[in-house]
Design a protein. Structure first.
Length: 360
């Protein structure tokens, strides 16, 4: 750095730290898969996943992706005022209380999978009382209505991204070896559709889903809202902070940072549904190599999720017809990810087991 150079910020430092999968570890993992006591390729995508995990960690076999933590980023959305959801906005804060009481689906599934749940208030409209398990990092009290103006300022979007980076960093520093994306925010599928439309170039109708299960008139209104917001701002997908500020949510920005933070520390990040997929597109626009550290936990029924995953080049591990969010689908995939790592690490080789290999 020259004497007059500006010091890099947290976001820039994080982006600089993100690189591609390690070629040597990838090659070693592929070679080891060839020696394990099984027909070549017989474990299908588990083999590919184990190779990816080795490439992420830069070592073969890779460390087990445990313990794992789900970070549920919670925020409200000004676009709720456009009637895109039948659920009242106060449900966001009520569900945060439910997470903290271990009463939500993600809590139950995480308990089964052996993952811990952390809840981050990045932009809930109301005040939340202090509680064990709640991380208070509110950037603002929900976004503004993106059909009337930007959802947030560029500075607020950046702060939310950097908060996500910090959450990832702190979880990894405390020993977590797999990060799982979670979210909560009434009307956040509307912002997700807008983000996906911008980053993929898709028509809003193609990537706008029914969220909590809205009826046809509400869906049509929701498509129109997304279309108006995108047309109003004309966000440039090459300027991802600007896109997040124009039509995103605070949880999307924080999740983008969370994803970047995991990748910078060479830890796998397990993506949930459409909200996480929208955030991943923003993270990819900031650091293209981030996709190497991403694992799509499941395929959401939201059409935007499928489109986003196609652009990200990710194949989901599970397809269970889920659309809940919270991190629920990603946590369900955690045992599959752990199994891939354990197979590469613990299976015997043909030589060590005294088993004859395939004849040439």
């Amino acid at each position: 750095m020259t004497a007059n150079a500006e010091p890099a910020g947290l976001l820039e430092d994080t982006i600089t730290a993100i690189g591609p999968l390690d070629d040597a570890a990838v090659a070693a993992a592929r070679d080891r898969q060839e020696t394990l006591t099984k027909p070549r390729g017989s474990l299908g995508r588990l083999e590919d996943l184990s190779v990816q995990l080795a490439g992420i960690a830069r070592q073969c076999p890779p460390p087990m992706p445990e313990p794992a933590a789900v970070a549920v980023f919670a925020a409200d959305h000004g676009v709720h005022a456009q009637g895109v959801s039948p659920w009242p906005q106060e449900v966001t804060a009520q569900m945060v209380a439910n997470f903290l009481a271990s009463g939500a689906a993600v809590n139950a599934i995480a308990a089964q999978a052996g993952a811990d749940v952390r809840v981050v208030d990045i932009g809930v409209a109301g005040d939340l009382p202090e509680a064990p398990g709640l991380v208070s990092r509110k950037v603002r009290r929900g976004t503004a209505d993106m059909t009337a103006g930007p959802a947030m300022s560029g500075d607020e979007a950046r702060r939310a991204v950097e908060t996500g980076i910090e959450i990832a960093r702190d979880l990894i520093a405390s020993g977590y070896r797999c990060l799982i994306t979670g979210d909560m925010g009434i009307a956040n599928t509307t912002a997700s559709a807008a983000l996906i439309a911008v980053f993929t170039g898709a028509d809003p109708e193609q990537v706008t889903g029914r969220g909590t299960g809205i009826d046809d008139p509400t869906w049509a209104r929701k498509v129109g809202v997304v279309r108006r917001a995108v047309a109003r701002h004309h966000p440039d997908p090459a300027a991802p902070i600007g896109v997040l500020a124009a039509v995103g949510g605070l949880e999307h920005a924080a999740l983008a940072g969370f994803i970047l933070g995991g990748a910078a520390h060479r830890v796998p990040v397990l993506l949930d549904g459409v909200i996480a997929c929208a955030a991943a597109l923003a993270a990819r626009a900031l650091a293209p190599d981030v996709t190497g550290c991403l694992i799509a936990g499941h395929l959401s029924t939201e059409p935007g999720a499928r489109r986003a995953l196609e652009v990200l080049g990710l194949r989901p591990l599970l397809d269970l017809g889920l659309r809940l969010g919270e991190g629920s689908g990603a946590v369900l995939a955690l045992p599959v990810v752990a199994a891939a790592a354990r197979v590469l690490r613990d299976m015997a080789t043909f030589d060590s087991a005294g088993v004859s290999g395939e004849k040439a």
